[in-house]
Design a binder for this molecule. Structure first.
Ligand code: 4NP
Length: 153
């Protein structure tokens, strides 16, 4: 069982989208994964997924019901195999919280793709379509990477 923690700033837009898109891909295609998501800030703690993010997931047949924002905890670093951030700022924040990622678990989601880049924050850009397609691209690339490494169902 491979354990993945997706991380963004608030845990109400990008990282919950990544969590539920990844779970959707894994449910359709197979593989032994556990996925969750969390925030580097405590700003949105306890809040549900931001409605425009939840509705774009719903339009693609993906539910995020019941998800509430939680903050990344230093113990998560021990528990999870991969800490997959949405942008470079998140990576820096997680490195500060984990004594500089001694086990090399931290990366950006789109580092797994052919075109490594940040996922722009739709909270500021208001472009939830681009966020969805970038996150979907990253989740597929991450899934393919892990399956090649032997994450069998
Ligand atoms: P997220 O977006 O990091 O993709 O969840 C944000 C949500 C809320 C805030 C910032 C980013 N905020 O400052 O409250």
């Amino acid at each position: 069982m491979i354990k993945i923690m997706f991380v963004c700033l608030g845990n109400i837009c990008r990282s919950p989208m990544a969590e539920f898109i990844f779970k959707h891909i894994a449910a359709e295609r197979g593989g032994a994964f556990f996925a969750a998501s969390s925030a580097v800030s405590s700003e949105e703690e306890g809040n549900s997924v931001y409605p425009p993010a939840a509705s774009i997931l719903a339009r693609h047949g993906i539910s995020c019901e019941g998800k509430r924002a939680v903050r990344f905890n230093a113990r998560d670093y021990e528990h999870y195999d991969y800490v997959v951030c949405m942008d470079t700022r998140n990576v820096r924040a997680i490195c500060r919280m984990t004594n500089n990622d001694p086990l090399g678990k931290v990366s950006r989601l789109l580092d797994f793709s052919d075109n490594p880049r940040d996922i722009s924050d739709p909270w500021y850009t208001r472009d939830f379509e681009t966020a969805y397609s970038d996150i979907y691209e990253g989740c597929e690339a991450l899934y393919d990477y892990l399956m090649k490494k032997g994450a069998v169902s």
